[in-house]
Write a protein that binds this ligand. Structure first.
Ligand code: 2M8
Length: 408
C-alpha cells in the first residue's frame, strides 16, 4: 500500500463513528486538537466527514463556551484518567480543561476548500467558535496572554516549561492510581510518575470546585501564560475575523481580542534567552525554555524574524527539526514525549507561519524532514530528532492527517 493509502486507512481505522480517536488503546476518546487535525486529513478525500468531526467536537461545548480537551463518548478502561476522575460539567462526559484553539483556523481552511456546502457548515460553527474564544478572553487572559490551569491544556504535557511551577506543588489527597499509558508505550517515552502525581492533583482541584473558573483562579497554584495557547488563539481570531467579514457579522469584539493578544504575545518574550517562553504568573517568572511552541510566532503573525536565529541554530544540532525542547538545554530528552521529540503536526503549524512570513527555505526544509521521517518510520505519534526513529503510539491520526494534507 502506498503512503497516501496507508494514511487514509489509519483515519478510517481510528474512526469511531462521527469522531476519530488519536490511536486505539493509548487514546480511545475524542481529543480536541487531534480532531481538528483529523478533519484536515479527512478533507483531503472526504469533506463531509471532515465537517462531521468538528461538529461532533462542538457537541461537547460547555454552557460557559469552553470546548473540552477530551470527550468521553464511550467509557473505555484502556485510558486513565477517565470521566469519573474529571467530573466534567458539560453536555457530554468530558475533561474540565480545554486545548489549543486551532479549530477556527481549520474551519476557514475547510470553508475555502468546500465550495458547495462550506458556507452552511462554517456559519453554523461560527457562533460556537465565538463563544469558545470569548471564554478564553474572559477567564484565561493575563496581560493579553492566554494562561493554562493544567499542562494537558497546552497539549505539551511534560514539557520542561512546567518544571518550575511543578517544583512548587506538593500533590496532596490523591488516591492510588493505575496509569494505563505505560501499558501501551515504554516508560522512557512517557511522563514520569512525578508529573502524573501533579497532573492528577490539578485535576482534583478543578473537580472539587466543579470547574468554576472564578474559584479555580483563586485557589490553583498553576496558572501559566503559554505560547501555544496565545499564538494559536491569536491566529484563530484572525481567521475568525475573516469569516465574520464574509458572513456580514460584526468584527469589533474579535478586534478587541486580537489587540489584547498581540500585546499578550509581547509579554511572553523573554529577553534573557531571546525567545518566546512560558511565564509562570504565580511565581512571576519565565520558564527559560525554548520549545517548538516558541516558534509558533509566525503562525500568529507576530515577532518578525526574532526567532529565526534559534531555528537555524537548532537545525545545526539535530537532523530532524523542530524538536519540542532545545537540544542545547540540559533538560532535553530526545525520546521522552514533549521534552525533545519532533511532532509532525507542530511542524505543520510552524511551517504555515514560516511560509506566510516568506521564510520559504526554512519551511521547505522542515516539511521535507517531516515527510522523510514519516516515509521512513511510519505514522508514529512523535519522532526522535537524532535519527527520525518512531516513538510513542503508532498508526497515529494526526501524523496521517498531516501527511495527507501537507507533508506528502
Ligand atoms: C497527549 O496528552 C494526553 C492528555 O491529554 C495524554 O498523554 O494522556 C498530548 O500529546 C496531547 O497533545 C494530545 O492531544 C493527546 C492525544 O493525542 O495526547
Amino acid at each position: 500500500m502506498d503512503l497516501d493509502a496507508q494514511a487514509r486507512a489509519i483515519l478510517a481505522n481510528n474512526d469511531r463513528g462521527g469522531y476519530t480517536v488519536p490511536t486505539g488503546g493509548l487514546y480511545p476518546y475524542q481529543w480536541n486538537w487531534d480532531s481538528v487535525f483529523a478533519a484536515f486529513g479527512f478533507a483531503e478525500h472526504d469533506i463531509p466527514r471532515a465537517w462531521q468531526e468538528l461538529e461532533t467536537l462542538f457537541k461537547g461545548q460547555w454552557p460557559n463556551g469552553m470546548v473540552p480537551h477530551i470527550l468521553f463518548h464511550k467509557v473505555d478502561p484502556s485510558y486513565f484518567p477517565g470521566p469519573d476522575v474529571w467530573g466534567g460539567v458539560g453536555p457530554v462526559p468530558s475533561s474540565g480543561i480545554s486545548q489549543p484553539p486551532i479549530a477556527a483556523t481549520f474551519v476557514r481552511i475547510l470553508l475555502e476548500a468546500d465550495q458547495k456546502n462550506g458556507q452552511a457548515h462554517a456559519r453554523a460553527l461560527f457562533p460556537k467558535l465565538m463563544d469558545w474564544h470569548r471564554w478564553f478572553y474572559n477567564w484565561r487572559t493575563e496581560n493579553g496572554a492566554i494562561v493554562v490551569t493544567h499542562p494537558w491544556e497546552t497539549g505539551r504535557d511534560n514539557s520542561p516549561d512546567w518544571d518550575g511551577p511543578f517544583a512548587a506543588i506538593t500533590p496532596q489527597g490523591i488516591d492510588e492510581y493505575d496509569r494505563r499509558d505505560t501499558h501501551h508505550v515504554v516508560d522512557e517515552e512517557r511522563p514520569r510518575k512525578y508529573d502524573y502525581d501533579r497532573y492528577l492533583y490539578l485535576v482534583k482541584l478543578g473537580r472539587e470546585c466543579h470547574w468554576d473558573e472564578a474559584k479555580l483562579r483563586e485557589i490553583t497554584p498553576f496558572r501559566v501564560a503559554d505560547p501555544t495557547m496565545t499564538f494559536t488563539l491569536l491566529r484563530a481570531n484572525r481567521d475568525l475575523r475573516v469569516m465574520a467579514q464574509a458572513f456580514g457579522e460584526p468584527t469589533d469584539e474579535i478586534d478587541t481580542w486580537i489587540a489584547a493578544q498581540e500585546a499578550g504575545a509581547e509579554t511572553l518574550w523573554n529577553p534573557e534567552i531571546g525567545s518566546y517562553d512560558c511565564y509562570d504568573t504565580r511565581a512571576g517568572k519565565f520558564a527559560g525554555c525554548i520549545s517548538n511552541a516558541s516558534f509558533l510566532n509566525w503562525y500568529a503573525g507576530v515577532g518578525g524574524d526574532r526567532m529565526l536565529a534559534h531555528l537555524q541554530r537548532i537545525a545545526q544540532l539535530v537532523p530532524y527539526s523542530v524538536p519540542s525542547h532545545d537540544p542545547a538545554s540540559p533538560n532535553y530528552e530526545p525520546k521522552r514525549y514533549w521534552r525533545g521529540p519532533v511532532w509532525a503536526m507542530m511542524n505543520m503549524l510552524i511551517c504555515i507561519g514560516l511560509y506566510e512570513a516568506g521564510h520559504v527555505t526554512e519551511a521547505t526544509r522542515i516539511r521535507d524532514e517531516t515527510a522523510q521521517m514519516i516515509a521512513e518510520n511510519g505514522f508514529a505519534e512523535y519522532f526522535d530528532p537524532r535519527d527520525g526513529s518512531p516513538a510513542g503510539g503508532r498508526s497515529f491520526t494526526w501524523t496521517a492527517a498531516v501527511w495527507l494534507g501537507w507533508a506528502s
